[in-house]
Write a protein that binds this ligand. Sequence first.
Ligand code: CTP
Length: 405
Amino acid sequence: MSLLTDKKILLGITGSIAAYKVADWVRALRREGCRITVVMTEAACRFISPLTMAALSGNPVHTGMFAAEAPETIPHINLAREHDLLVIAPASAQTIARLAHGLADNLLATIALASSGPVLVCPAMNSVMFQHPATQANLATIRSYGYGVLEPDCGEMACGEEGPGRLTDWENARQAILTAFAPQNLAGEHVLITAGPTREPFDPARFLSNPSTGKMGYALAATAGQQGATVTLISGPTALAVPPGVRCIQVTSAAEMQAAVMACLDAATIVVKAAAVSDYRPAETQPHKIKKGQAALSLPLIANPDILKELGERRRKSPNFPLLVGFAAESRDHLKEGARKLKEKNLDLIVINDIGGTETGFGADTNRVTLLDRNGTQEDVPLLSKEETAHRIWDTVARLMADNR
Ligand code: CTP
């Protein structure tokens, strides 16, 4: 079950060359369990065929105000009532003008006027049209109605011009759609999250590290944004894209991560340490690559700072300290080790993570965690995607935040 399972989305497609791009959005949304109904304006039908959209959505496509096959129905009213979210993508300058002025001269505009639910508008047009004061004023007007507007991307356009006006990419649209459905439990919070491994070099070509891919920490960052938080992510080296709307500070070593965490701490109301920090680093880093045969066969190590423990110690002295969440990566004695770390590091919550199995280990897309809070309350979360696991963690964080107030 994801936030999108069984959600009903009405997708309005208007006359823009970017219409073909939303064909992929429909496939992606259906893969996540959404039910999609498509409405197309007359101009949209010139850019992409209703047949394509019917096949991809698995539902008839609506194009006209008066349904010839069922004249007794009133399509715009029925369609306006039957969805959880109206997404208009691509939204042309003409459609945005219609929405701003309350015109009801085609099926899509009429549905928008008759809808009382959330509306997400994704503009796509020539950049001069987008920047024209008339379009900007119309966008300001629809924002004042409470409509969400996803800014278009900048770049080269189909017409050859460069500038803002390209349809936003799927990752941004997905994040906005999820935000429309997520509980806004973290509205007003500033969440600081660490993710990924650290690397501790011993010469310019080699380092000590671990197999963390950062997936859990990045899922926490994306979902915190969906639940309304301002998010700062401090990330060790990963191959992942930074989630939309998240401020990311890239670091390499544990020492750099420690410095970045301490520098960002003042703004945070919640800190989640999901990073797999190397406990040790080489005692010396050679300036040049160590040649075969030159190296001793053992590598002297020194301990890295325990960043979370340092935060827990600061928390003892500061009553308004952010809510503190740690992770425990364990391959045995999970609960006992998790409880020990919760206490020793003075945390509000610990997420105990089994790194043993293929479904829950480093790099997996799923996780099975146990949440243990400062009051001894334990919750076993079943095997879920890392995104769903992250939402469950935020549910518990929100409960603990409410207890604090
Ligand atoms: N952590 C940290 N700094 C370190 C080591 C760990 O901030 N130098 C944090 C991790 O981000 C995690 C928690 O401490 O939130 C527990 O990390 P884990 O690797 O499970 O445990 P350790 O404290 O390193 O203990 P051990 O290696 O003995 O299991």
